[in-house]
Design a protein around this ligand. Structure first.
Ligand code: NAD
Length: 442
């Protein structure tokens, strides 16, 4: 541990010196690093795809869509838009301040820390780094120990493509993260669970360091009448009682068409990330009350870290599977007498990262938007808001704070500095004592 502490100290010193040298502020440097990220992913597409398969059993198509392609697009957007993003923005000042002028410039925070999670280990590591670099910061990344092959590959590739004095990677788990958090950073960007998010925020508070927390939680999918989700990534489904059995009958052939009669051999279903997570799922599913709610699937294979796509109908509302994040292909369906009740149900839970609603009912849409709070709302589709970098991505309440993607990533890693250019040409006496009864009307 002493050696790690020394490495961290030295890395920080080097990153701070680099930032102080002004090198990372130059747009040319930022563009060169963004270009190098694109090149790194392009050159190593196969290796990256391989580690995602080793760590998560992710199919290469999925790996490209959600991670490699995603990161390349994100870096390309930053590269193409950077000239526009860095331009100072003039502000229209009220007449009262005439002849002063005002503008806002985006200033890099300095040296930032990125901690990422295992479920999208490459994109959740590189995407925040793209924002940090675009904004002109030096950055240290610690990826998740639960996806060790992805973490090791990033630790190997990043120094051979990017500026090693400004961009660093340290591997390890909570013990290393704890050492990192003892230091002062200018910004911390964390993706992970609400539980660890609290630890991050407490550590950041010691130094009054700003944080962006991209946290988790259960994302509800409301399915109204005839709209049916074909995607297995819904976290739980809210549906009218009368529609539930029809929906389940519609899901079954879709699951078979995705994964065949034997999903274990399909090559299209990611594995459970670790034995510990598998055992957690096994415990959740083996709760007798939950077991009784299985209407499809349910088989498991510990050796292969495999869980069959599984549908639960009305598992007990106080069970862990309804209240905790699942991280496996298990879909709890919760029935309601009337779909409008979904609003109350969602409001009784912590604010989710996303709400999905399949509905044509404009009144229900309005109610979802105005009566619930969530990081985002997507109607009639799933997950696409994550891919769209024209929109901010982030949570609210238990699902996090702050936002990123596209220009929002640049803003996430920039301090917006207000600049005012005054003039004493018009300098009313009312500004100075002795005070009379004149009131400056702002
Ligand atoms: P986690 O909170 O356990 O770990 C996240 C990071 O924190 C890892 O790098 C880990 O090494 C580090 N860490 C773990 N314990 C720590 C400690 N005691 N002190 C300091 N650092 C510590 O989360 P996870 O299991 O890697 O990821 C799953 C969570 O991430 C879920 O809650 C999921 O919903 C959330 N998540 C959120 C998003 C999003 O975009 N909002 C995306 C993916 C995952």
């Amino acid at each position: 541990m002493e050696a790690v502490k020394e490495t961290v100290d030295q890395s920080l010193r080097e990153m701070r010196d680099t930032f102080a040298s002004g090198r990372t502020r130059s747009v040319k440097w930022r563009k060169a690093q963004l270009g190098a990220i694109i090149e790194m992913v392009k050159d190593n597409e196969e290796k990256m795809s391989d580690v995602l398969f080793q760590d998560l059993g992710k199919h290469s198509t999925e790996a490209f869509r959600d991670e490699l392609g995603f990161v390349m697009r994100s870096a390309t957007t930053a590269l193409n838009c950077l000239d526009k993003w860095v331009v100072p923005r003039n502000s229209n000042l009220p007449l009262l301040f005439y002849p002063a002028t005002g503008k806002v410039i985006s200033e890099p925070y300095g040296t930032v820390l990125v901690l990422s999670s295992w479920n999208f280990p490459i994109s959740l590591s590189l995407d925040p780094m793209i924002g940090a670099i675009a904004a002109g910061n030096t950055v240290l990344l610690k990826a998740s120990e639960l996806s060790p092959n992805a973490s090791a590959l990033l630790a190997k590739l990043i120094p051979s493509y990017l500026d090693t004095k400004a961009i660093k990677v340290i591997e390890g788990g909570p013990d290393i993260a704890t050492i990192l958090l003892q230091h002062q950073w200018d910004k911390i960007f964390f993706t992970g669970s609400p539980k660890i998010g609290k630890i991050i925020m407490a550590a950041a508070a010691e130094h009054l360091t700003p944080v962006t927390l991209e946290l988790g939680g259960k994302c509800p999918t409301i399915i109204d009448h005839h709209s049916v989700s074909k995607d297995m990534k819904a976290y739980y489904v809210l549906v009218e009682q009368s529609f539930a059995s029809t929906l389940i009958d519609m899901f079954k052939p879709v699951i078979r068409s995705f994964f065949g009669e034997n999903p274990k051999e399909s090559g299209c279903l990611a594995k459970i990330v670790t034995k510990k997570h598998f055992q957690r799922l096994s415990r959740l599913l083996n709760d007798p009350r939950v077991k009784a709610s299985i209407v499809y699937g349910g088989s498991m294979d510990e050796e292969k870290l495999y869980v069959e796509p599984t549908i639960l109908l009305d598992p007990p509302l106080d069970s862990e599977i309804v209240n905790e994040e699942i991280f496996g292909p298990i879909l709890p369906i919760i029935t309601l007498r009337d779909i409008q009740e979904s609003i109350g149900f969602i409001k009784s839970k912590p604010k989710p990262l996303a709400i999905y609603a399949f509905t044509k009912d404009e009144n229900l849409k309005t109610r979802i938007l105005s009566e619930t709070s969530s990081g985002s709302v997507t109607f009639n589709d799933l997950m696409i808001q994550y891919m769209c970098d024209a929109l901010p991505f982030g949570g609210v309440g238990q699902s996090g704070m702050g936002r990123y993607h596209g220009k929002y990533s640049f803003e996430c890693f920039s301090h917006e500095k207000a600049i005012m250019e005054g003039s004493l040409a018009m300098d009313p006496e009312a500004r100075y004592p002795p005070w009379n009864n004149f009131k400056l009307n702002f």
